[in-house]
Design a protein. Structure first.
Length: 254
């Protein structure tokens, strides 16, 4: 069985997915490659996802629904690659990065397939603990709450731990500094800073690393749990968590 599913929405995304495939080949990581659209061939997406993988790399441009649709249907980590089209890929970046709390996609920079493949390789190495990095803020507090709910061993630190899965909480307008260690970046901003112009900073700053949405500590934590679950340790709790999310949404329609 292949470790990684590489799933892109169209032949037009070749610029990004060629990087993914070349990097996976170089690192001798097994994969299946498929092209299917969440909008045009949803039945094909459903069929492809019936097979189990340890990591999924999904990419799309424009509305870029594919990575989010995949994340809603699997319990493994999903790495999303926004593909350039209009607006320098900003539309796709925000579509993938700004997933609702509880259903994370770990987003690369635009067309950055190489980053996606490298992140998949890091995930497959396996981790057993998480480190929350950065100053205290509401997003970090939410992430810690979620990790505690899953009984994930976690600590806090000012710098990344090269032996752990890091959740780095950084000002949204700042480019992350280069550090040793694998990380999920969660950009944070105060209410008065949350303006459309901040999206352009995220477009620039996401040139390296994996990202969740603005102030979305929940998705940083759930993304971490999915990575830590590659060996199956948290499967039961992830299934229970998804059921809770379903019940919350359905409660509003009763």
């Amino acid at each position: 069985m292949a470790d990684v599913l590489v799933l892109f929405a169209s032949k037009g995304d070749e610029k990004a997915y060629k990087q993914v495939l070349e990097a996976l080949d170089k690192n001798k990581i097994s994969y299946d490659f498929r092209v299917a659209s969440a909008h045009k061939t949803p039945e094909d997406v459903e069929r492809i996802l019936k097979k189990k993988y340890r990591v999924v790399i999904a990419g799309a441009g424009l509305a870029a629904a594919l990575p989010g649709v995949v994340a809603a249907k699997v319990l493994c980590p999903v790495i999303g690659v926004p593909c350039s089209g209009n607006l320098g890929g900003l539309d796709a970046l925000l579509s993938i990065m700004q997933m609702p709390p509880g259903v994370p996609v770990l987003c690369t920079g635009v067309d950055n397939g190489k980053e996606a493949a490298g992140a998949a390789a890091q995930m497959l190495k396996g981790y057993d603990k998480a480190v929350l990095v950065g100053g205290e803020n509401a997003a970090m507090g939410k992430a810690e709450e979620v990790l505690r709910k899953f009984d994930v061993p976690c600590t806090k630190g000012k710098a990344m731990d090269a032996s752990a899965l890091n959740l780095a909480f950084i000002p949204a307008a700042h480019l992350p500094k280069k550090e040793d260690g694998f990380a999920i970046y969660c950009p944070v901003a105060e209410k008065e800073e949350d303006a459309p112009e901040l999206a352009l900073a995220l477009l620039k700053n996401s040139s390296r690393g994996l990202w969740v949405g603005l102030n979305n500590g929940t998705n940083a934590a759930i993304g971490a749990v999915e990575i830590l679950n590659i060996g199956g340790k948290y499967t039961g709790k992830l299934i229970a968590y998804r059921k809770e999310q379903v019940e919350k949404v359905r409660a509003y329609s009763k």
